[in-house]
Design a protein around this ligand. Structure first.
Ligand code: ADP
Ligand code: MG
Length: 704
C-alpha cells in the first residue's frame, strides 16, 4: 500500500454505498480507508471463552455461550411485538429477546436444535436472566473467517449512526472487510527500520490489524504501544520541525538596544525592584529578540509572580527600537484592566496606548485602526479582536498573549502574518503546565519561567470550611474587614441554569448585606450578565476601597489585581476545577499583608471533590496543583488545552504515557539534530509521513 491507498475514498469499500459513506463522514469524520483503520475500538471484549449459563452472576458483562434454542414465542402486538427464546447449554437456561429484525431472527430460530454460539450482556429482568439482541454466531462460519475474533472490538458510535445501521458491530465488520481485502497489500511504514528494531516495535501493518482484531492480549498490547509510539513521536517530530523551520525561515526583527523609554520607566516609574527571576527572564527575552531569529517563547509564572510588568518592560524595548507591540487578553475585563494599569504606569511618558475589544464603538474603532496603521499608537491592548484581518499594523514587532489557555499553534501563526517580518511572540501563562503537557501543547516554543514571587509576599493560608462553619466564616470576615482589608466572595457558574446561578449569587449578596449592613459596611456585586459600565463601576468601587466585600461569579477569575483584598471566600468550592481554584486564590496575597483563602463546601463531598480541596489546602505551588489536576481530570479537561488541537490523541494518553512523551521528544530531537531535513535515506519514510501530517494544517503552508 502506498500512502494513496490510505487515502482511498471510503466509498470504494465493499458494503458502503453513498448513504453509509455520508453517515461515516458526518458522524465519525471517516473519509478514507486510513480514517477507518485509525478509528480504533475503545475496548475489546473477550470472546475466547465460552461460559456456562449457570455461571451468570453479574449484570452488564459481555459473555459468550454455546448451546441451542429450546423454544421461542412471538409476544405482544405491533410496536410491542417481540421474540422471546429459551436458550440452553445443558447447565441452565437464559432468555433471549429481540425487539426488531424479527423476521430474520425467526428464520434462524426455525432451524431446530441448531448448534450456536451467542454473545451478549445478561441482565436481570423479573428475577430472570435475559439477553436482549444477542449476537448469534455460527461456530462453523467462525472457523472459516480469516479474522481472529477472540477479542472482539467495540467502537464508539452515535444514535444517528445506529439508525443508519452503523452500530459498533457494523463498524467492526467494515474494518474486518477492509483488513481482509488488503491482507496482502504492502502497508506503509512510517518509522525507520532503525527505530523499529531498536525499540522492538511491531510493524505498522501488524499493529493496525491487531489493534482491531488482536490474536491475543500480548499482541494487543504490542499494537497499542506501537501506535502510541507513532502518535507521540510524530507529534514531537512535527513540533520540533516546526520550531526549526520558523527559526530558519523567519528572520526576526533585531531589537538591538535598550533605550530611553525602557530606562526612564525602569529608573523612575517602577515602584519596586524586579525579582531575580524577572531580571533573568528579561535577559532571556532580550537575547532572543536581538538574535535575528523570530522569538516564540512561553513565559510561565504562577499567579502574582509579575509577568505583566515583565511584558511591559519588553514592550518598551520594542518601542525603543521603533516597533509597535500588542497585548492580547482572553477576556474583555482583563483587557480593560491591562489597559488601565499600563496607561497609568506609563503616565505621560509619550508612549501611546489604545484598547480595542469587541465592544469598541465603531467611530472609536475607526480611529484606533487608523492609529495602528499610521504608527501613532505604540501599544495596542485588546482581546481576540486584535487578530482580526481588519487590524493592520504599521510595524508590529512584538505580540504578547496573556493568560492564554485558549490559544493554539494556528492562532499564533495568525499573528505571524500581522507583519511582513513576523513579530516576536511572547505567550504568558499562569496556569502552570506540567512538563509533559508543556512539551506537547507548547512543544514549538522556548520556555522561560518566573519561579520566584516578589519579596515580602506571605504564602496564602488556605482553609476548608463546611457549611456548618458559616458563622465562624462571617466572624473571620468581620475581623479582617475591621482591620481595613477587603474580601472576595465567589460563586461558581453552573451553566446549565444561569438563572439559578444568579439566584444563588443574589441570595449570597443579600445574606452578606444583612450581616455586613450599611453604613458601616458596603457590599458590591459583579456578574457576567451585567452591563460593562455597571461591572466597571462595581469593580472600581471595590478597587478604590469603597466596598468591603465583592460578591461575584468567576468574572474575577484571571488577572484582576487588588492588593488590599486579603480574603478569598469560594462558595461551593467543590464545584470548581483545581486550576480554577488556584487562579481564584491568586487574586489575594498581592500586597504585604497575610492573606487567606477559604473554601466553603457542603458537608458531604465526592472523593474527587475531597481530593481537590485537599490539594488546595496542602500546597500553594501552582505546579503541584497542575500535576494533581492532570491526574484527577485528565488532559482533555484541562482548561483551554482542548482548543489547542495538539491534544487530540487517538490512542496516547498524555498522563499515563508521560514517560513515552518525554522519550519520543528526546528521540525526535536527536534525529533532527543530526538530520534536520530528514534527508538521509533511512529517514525518508518519516519525512514522507511528516509531510502528509503537516499538509493538513494551515500554518504549515506559511513556512513550507
Ligand atoms: P501576574 O500577571 O504574573 O499574575 P502581575 O504582573 O499582575 O502578576 O503582578 C502582580 C502584582 O505584583 C502587581 O501588583 C505587580 O505590580 C506586583 N509586582 C510585580 N513584580 C513585582 C516585584 N518585583 N516586586 C513587587 N511587586 C511586584
Ligand atoms: Mg497577569
Amino acid at each position: 500500500m502506498t500512502p494513496s491507498f490510505l487515502q482511498t475514498p471510503i466509498e470504494y469499500l465493499k458494503g458502503i454505498g453513498p448513504q453509509r459513506a455520508n453517515v461515516l463522514k458526518r458522524e465519525f469524520s471517516i473519509f478514507t480507508y486510513g480514517d477507518l483503520l485509525y478509528n480504533f475500538p475503545f475496548r475489546h471484549v473477550d470472546k475466547s471463552t465460552i461460559h456456562k449459563v449457570c455461571d451468570i452472576q453479574q449484570e452488564g458483562v459481555y459473555m459468550q455461550f454455546r448451546g441451542h434454542v429450546v423454544g421461542y414465542q412471538i409476544l405482544g402486538q405491533q410496536r410491542n411485538k417481540r421474540i422471546s427464546a429459551q436458550f440452553s447449554d445443558g447447565t441452565g437456561t437464559v432468555e433471549l429477546v429481540w425487539f426488531n429484525g424479527l423476521k430474520w431472527v425467526e428464520e434462524i430460530l426455525q432451524e431446530k436444535h441448531k448448534d450456536m454460539v451467542i454473545f451478549g450482556k445478561p441482565t436481570l429482568f423479573n428475577h430472570r436472566w435475559n439477553i436482549s439482541h444477542p449476537e448469534i454466531i455460527d461456530p462453523k462460519a467462525r472457523q472459516e473467517n480469516n479474522i481472529p475474533e477472540h477479542f472482539y472490538p467495540l467502537y464508539n458510535t452515535s444514535e444517528k449512526a445506529k439508525k443508519a445501521g452503523l452500530d459498533s458491530k457494523a463498524m467492526a465488520k467494515l474494518t474486518a472487510t477492509l483488513l481482509i481485502q488488503h491482507k496482502n497489500s504492502i502497508f506503509p511504514e512510517h518509522l525507520s527500520k532503525e527505530i523499529i528494531d531498536e525499540h522492538h516495535l511491531m510493524s505498522l501493518k501488524e499493529a493496525l490489524f491487531n489493534i482491531h482484531f488482536p490474536e491475543n492480549q500480548e499482541k494487543l498490547n504490542q499494537a497499542n504501544f506501537r501506535l502510541k509510539f507513532d502518535e507521540l513521536f510524530f507529534t514531537q517530530l512535527k513540533l520540533l520541525k516546526l520550531k526549526l523551520l520558523t527559526e530558519r525561515k523567519f528572520r526576526g526583527h533585531i531589537f538591538a538596544h535598550v533605550g530611553e523609554s525602557f530606562n526612564h520607566f525602569y529608573h523612575h516609574r517602577l515602584k519596586f525592584d524586579l525579582t531575580g527571576a524577572q531580571k533573568r527572564v528579561i535577559k532571556e527575552i532580550r537575547a532572543d529578540m536581538g538574535s535575528g531569529r523570530q522569538m516564540n517563547r512561553l513565559l510561565q509564572g504562577d499567579v502574582g509572580s509579575g509577568k505583566t510588568v515583565t511584558a511591559l518592560l519588553v514592550m518598551l524595548i520594542a518601542h525603543d527600537n521603533g516597533f509597535q507591540s500588542c497585548l492580547m487578553a482572553p477576556t474583555e475585563i482583563l483587557a480593560q484592566q491591562h489597559f488601565a494599569n499600563i496607561s497609568r504606569q506609563l503616565g505621560d511618558m509619550g508612549v501611546s496606548v489604545a484598547l480595542l475589544t469587541g465592544s469598541t464603538k465603531s467611530a472609536e474603532r475607526r480611529q484606533i485602526l487608523a492609529g495602528i496603521a499610521d504608527g501613532s499608537i505604540h501599544i495596542l491592548i485588546g482581546t481576540h479582536a486584535l487578530i482580526e484581518d481588519s487590524v493592520v499594523f504599521r510595524n508590529l514587532g512584538l505580540a504578547v498573549i496573556d493568560e492564554q489557555h485558549r490559544f493554539g499553534v494556528e492562532q499564533r501563526a495568525k499573528l505571524w502574518e500581522k507583519n511582513r517580518i513576523p513579530p516576536h511572540v511572547l505567550v504568558m501563562t499562569a496556569t502552570p503546565i506540567p512538563r509533559t503537557l508543556a512539551m506537547t501543547v507548547y512543544g514549538d516554543l522556548d520556555l522561560s519561567v518566573i519561579d520566584e514571587l516578589p519579596q515580602g509576599r506571605k504564602p496564602i493560608i488556605t482553609a476548608h470550611y463546611f457549611e456548618r462553619d458559616r458563622l465562624k466564616l462571617l466572624g473571620f470576615m468581620r475581623q479582617q474587614i475591621d482591620l481595613g482589608r477587603q474580601v472576595f466572595v465567589v460563586y461558581p457558574l453552573i451553566t446549565e441554569s444561569e438563572n439559578l446561578d444568579l439566584i444563588d449569587l443574589q441570595n449570597g449578596y443579600e445574606a452578606m448585606s444583612r450581616y455586613f449592613p450599611l453604613p458601616r459596611y458596603a457590599v458590591g456585586m459583579v456578574h457576567g450578565r451585567m452591563k460593562n459600565e455597571e461591572k466597571d463601576y462595581e469593580m472600581r468601587r471595590f478597587s478604590e476601597g469603597s466596598t468591603n466585600i465583592l460578591v461575584s461569579t468567576t468574572v474575577i477569575e484571571v488577572g484582576i489585581d487588588i492588593p488590599n483584598a486579603t480574603v478569598m471566600v469560594i462558595e461551593n468550592a467543590e464545584r470548581f476545577g483545581l486550576s480554577q481554584l488556584h487562579q481564584l486564590r491568586g487574586r489575594v496575597g498581592r500586597g504585604g499583608a497575610q492573606s487567606y483563602c477559604i473554601l466553603m463546601t457542603k458537608d458531604q463531598l465526592s472523593s474527587d471533590g475531597r481530593q481537590r480541596i485537599q490539594a488546595m489546602v496542602s500546597t500553594t505551588d501552582g505546579f503541584e496543583i497542575a500535576n494533581c489536576d492532570l491526574k484527577l481530570r485528565g488532559p482533555g479537561d484541562l482548561q483551554g488545552t482542548q482548543q489547542s488541537g495538539v491534544l487530540d490523541f487517538k490512542i496516547a494518553d498524555i498522563v499515563k504515557d508521560e514517560k513515552l512523551v518525554a522519550y519520543t521528544r528526546a528521540l525526535a530531537k536527536r534525529i533532527l539534530e543530526t538530520d534536520p531535513d530528514l534527508s538521509q535515506p533511512a529517514h525518508q519514510v518519516m519525512a514522507d509521513y511528516l509531510r502528509v501530517l503537516m499538509k493538513s494544517e494551515k500554518f504549515w503552508g506559511m513556512i513550507s
